[in-house]
Ligand binder design. Structure first.
Ligand SMILES: [Cu+2]
Length: 558
């Protein structure tokens, strides 16, 4: 197998104009370009969602603050949650998957390039539709007509009786539209991963990232559909005289919760599995050891996929389901901790005895393991119904899920940004700024979300606009808010690094990390056609075999 970068036919033609370039990006069906569009789109919403979080935290910095009005506060936490989940984390994961999966399995593109483009634009328009709600009656400072019902929009708060204007409809339709984008890209991942692997790459030789995206895609198809169905029912309730979620008229508000969490809990695995994939690709390279327990990792991933569809009602321990059902969901929730724990063990097993180099991607992965372990422990605590009854709807819950979403998923996303930035941009990022990003964010994260657990244990409910002095919440809230400013500074450092390095960074070359998967066999950035000749592989580390013909991996795998 050869490294491949053949000059593109027609070299030396006139520079395309700005309009041509724009047209090229808007009409592209190339998986790499679509990947970049998803990533840039998501980073834009990271900034917007971060600003919303900062506004919430400034309002809660002390008792009786009046930085924003109660209405704006409700709109801020609804927009923050909805934005970060549906228009930041999901798109950035779809972006990395789009860019990397065809390269890592030795293919020239995704299975359905036009469906791929269409899926991106559905997601893109979904986010724009959500933010169009800001251009509403109350003006920007009143946060317009932005949705204010929380990111899970419980009934009957979403009924016309309690949500008079169109704010809830912006929530419903924006997620409904982007939901089809998600289902479209998921179908593409499944077809690409199952049908377009290069010769020799059996499923048992596929990079772990491929397995994570395969299971994730399956969950997207299974979990997003019930949410879309429930949203149609909500629209019928709001405009066509339906009573699906109207308890007084024979419907059920609890039924919305079941529909939402049948989506909502698998959703957290839709978000975390690709992140696990990033860590499973990065940790071996910076430990100079192949992943520990490849097959067990695959089995744990598939097990998580199945079990994650059976735990949803642990979000509903307080609605009165009764002892039998509560017990069942306590049991399934505890069961999902087993395959998840196995993964933590395998990552530590990979690092154990390795020659670890703490470059920025590895720093973020190390932070991820530590924080994901803690997040798992508070998850087990909240998964036991009696404990949950005490802390449901408190800041302990908010701290727990931010520990997973920020402490695990966002940390892995940052690791992925720095690890694959050289491949995507052709340049090295600034390592010092990378390390500064890590430490600022690490400190900020722990200030915010460690202390948030304690204010929750002291009884502070989530989503309250303000609070009384004298309950022991003041200092904790101050520290929590200070942490957010560290995180904001860290994000700014990252953005400066990425933009600056794009034109001034050191040239990266094809394989700056001395890695082992196929994307590093192409130039940086890769040519439009990816590979001059479709590669053929014999092991899980094709580039190791190429670089170590005297001691190839296939000798042990075959
Ligand atoms: Cu859950």
């Amino acid at each position: 197998m050869t490294t491949n970068s053949i000059p593109w036919p027609g070299a030396g033609v006139a520079e395309p104009s700005v309009v041509d370039r724009l047209h090229g990006w808007v009409t592209t069906v190339d998986h790499k370009r679509l990947g970049i569009l998803y990533i840039v789109y998501a980073l834009t919403f990271l900034i917007i969602g971060g600003i919303e979080a900062t506004i919430i935290r400034i309002q809660l910095i002390r008792p009786h603050a009046d930085f924003v009005s109660p209405e704006v506060f409700n709109r801020m936490f609804t927009m923050h949650g909805t934005t970060m989940i549906f228009f930041m984390v999901m798109p950035i994961l779809f972006g990395f998957g789009n860019y990397l999966i065809p390269l890592m399995i030795g293919a020239r593109d995704m299975a359905f390039p036009r469906l791929n483009a269409f899926s991106f634009w559905l997601t893109a328009f979904g986010g724009l539709l959500l933010y169009f709600s800001l251009v509403g009656a109350n003006g920007l400072y009143g946060a317009g007509n932005a949705p204010d019902v929380g990111w899970f929009a419980y009934a009957p708060l979403t009924s016309r009786a309690f949500s008079v204007g169109h704010s809830t409809d912006f929530w419903t339709l924006s997620i409904f539209v982007s939901g089809f984008g998600s289902i479209g890209v998921a179908i593409n991942f499944i077809a690409t991963i199952l049908c377009m692997r290069c010769p020799g790459m059996t499923l048992a030789k596929m990079p772990l990232l491929g397995w994570m995206y395969l299971v994730t895609a399956g969950l997207v198809v299974l979990a997003v559909s019930p949410l879309s169905a429930a949203q149609i029912m909500l629209i019928i309730d709001r405009y066509l005289g339906g009573h699906f979620f109207d308890t007084q008229a024979g419907g059920s508000a609890v039924m919305w919760m079941h529909f939402f969490w049948v989506f909502g809990h698998p959703e957290v695995y839709i978000l975390v599995l690709p992140a696990f994939g990033f860590a499973s690709e990065i940790i071996p390279v910076f430990s100079r050891k192949p992943i520990f327990g490849y097959s067990v990792m695959v089995a744990a991933t598939v097990a998580i996929g199945f079990i994650s569809m059976s735990v949803w009602a642990h979000h509903m321990f307080t609605v009165g389901m009764g002892r039998a059902l509560n017990t069942l969901f306590v049991f399934t929730t505890m069961a999902i901790a087993v395959p998840t724990g196995i993964k933590i063990f395998n990552w530590l097993g990979t690092m154990w005895g390795g020659k670890i180099e703490f470059k920025t991607p590895m720093l973020f992965c190390t932070g991820f393991i530590f924080q994901f372990l803690l997040a798992g422990l508070t998850g087990i605590m909240l998964g036991s119904a009696p404990f949950n009854w005490q802390l449901s709807n408190s800041y302990f819950v908010v701290a727990h899920f931010h520990y997973v979403i920020v402490g695990a998923i966002v940390f892995c996303i940052f690791a992925a940004i720095y690890y694959w930035y050289p491949k995507i941009s052709g340049r090295m990022y600034n390592e010092r700024l990378g390390q500064l990003h890590f430490w600022l964010f690490f400190i900020g994260f722990h200030l915010t979300f460690d202390f948030m657990h304690f204010v929750g244990l002291l009884g502070m409910p989530r989503r309250i606009y303000t609070y009384e002095p004298g309950r022991g919440w003041e200092t904790l809230n101050l520290i929590v808010t200070i942490g957010v400013f560290f995180q904001a500074a860290a994000i700014i450092v990252m953005l400066v690094n990425l933009v600056w390095s794009y034109s001034r960074g050191e040239k990266a070359g094809a394989d700056p990390w001395d890695a082992w998967t196929l994307e590093w066999s192409t130039s940086s950035p890769p040519p439009v056609y990816n590979f001059a000749a479709i590669p053929a592989v014999r092991s899980r580390r094709p580039l190791w075999d190429l670089k170590h013909p005297d001691n190839p991996d296939w000798r042990y795998e075959e």
